[in-house]
Design a protein around this ligand. Structure first.
Ligand SMILES: Nc1ncnc2c1ncn2[C@@H]1O[C@H](COP(=O)(O)OP(=O)(O)OP(=O)(O)O)[C@@H](O)[C@H]1O
Length: 221
């Protein structure tokens, strides 16, 4: 099964990082980073704890501004390359990360419905189907605050993976998942993300083993 992400921007999206650097106070987290991420490819950002993986992912997401350099989102066709307007970049991205919370007072179904008001899910996939795919049908009417940590992680992953956006950013995607959760994660990536630009931030090989390209943050110190 495969679904084409659109997110207002169709195929051929790329993110070009031009000599980017980020500094917190006097500490450089990364510098001299030039790189191109291309839709349809899978990337891992690796490095030890505290090395700057999440900082780089949030910079790509636009949540953190680089101290130097810039990132450009563009689409290309056979004939032209078009820069994506800054205000439209947000629509191109879905993200799951430990520091991004779910709305605990809602049920899983309500939460996904709420999210869909802002960013739609992939075509032809209902919320009921999403809940079934992630094994939460029986818990769909329970408030998320009563979910286990692994159940919450499944909802976070589903929200990001099923969003109809060409760029999927995942920070430590298998946090709190058990063995079947790891299998589910790989299945969802395989079934629904082959046409997306996927970037996984992790130091656990089991989370990023499918990524064709690897970027070690330690190479940009
Ligand atoms: N807002 C901030 N202000 C100051 N320093 C920060 C800020 N955010 C992160 N840092 C620092 O930047 C460095 C990189 O942190 P980051 O969370 O990006 O690392 P990481 O590689 O994702 O780590 P982990 O594997 O533990 O998740 C750390 O030294 C951290 O303390």
């Amino acid at each position: 099964m495969d679904a084409t992400p659109t997110g207002g921007v169709t195929n051929g999206l790329s993110i070009t990082v031009h000599n980017a650097a980020k500094r917190f106070n006097r500490e450089w987290i990364f510098r001299n980073l030039s790189y191109q991420f291309i839709q349809g490819n899978t990337y891992a950002i690796t490095g030890p704890n505290g090395s700057g993986k999440s900082t780089l992912l949030q910079t790509i997401a636009g949540a953190i501004a680089p101290s130097e350099g810039k990132l450009v989102f563009s689409t290309s066709s056979n004939t032209a390359e078009t820069v994506v307007d800054e205000e439209k970049v947000h629509a191109c991205i879905s993200i799951a990360a430990p520091y991004l919370e779910v709305i605990e007072e809602m049920t899983a179904a309500e939460f996904l419905q709420f999210h869909a008001q802002f960013k739609s899910f992939l075509p032809n996939i209902s919320i009921a189907t999403i809940l079934e795919l992630i094994g939460l049908t029986a818990a769909k009417s329970k408030q998320i605050r009563f979910y286990s940590s692994g159940m919450k992680q499944r909802i976070k992953l589903a929200q990001a993976i099923f969003t109809d956006a060409p760029v999927l950013l995942l920070d430590e995607p298998c946090t709190n998942l058990d063995a079947s959760g790891y299998r589910l994660y790989h299945q969802l990536i395989n079934d629904y993300c082959s046409r997306k630009l996927v970037i996984v931030c992790s130091n656990d090989i089991n989370e990023y083993d499918f990524c064709k390209e690897r970027l070690s943050i330690l190479d940009y110190k």
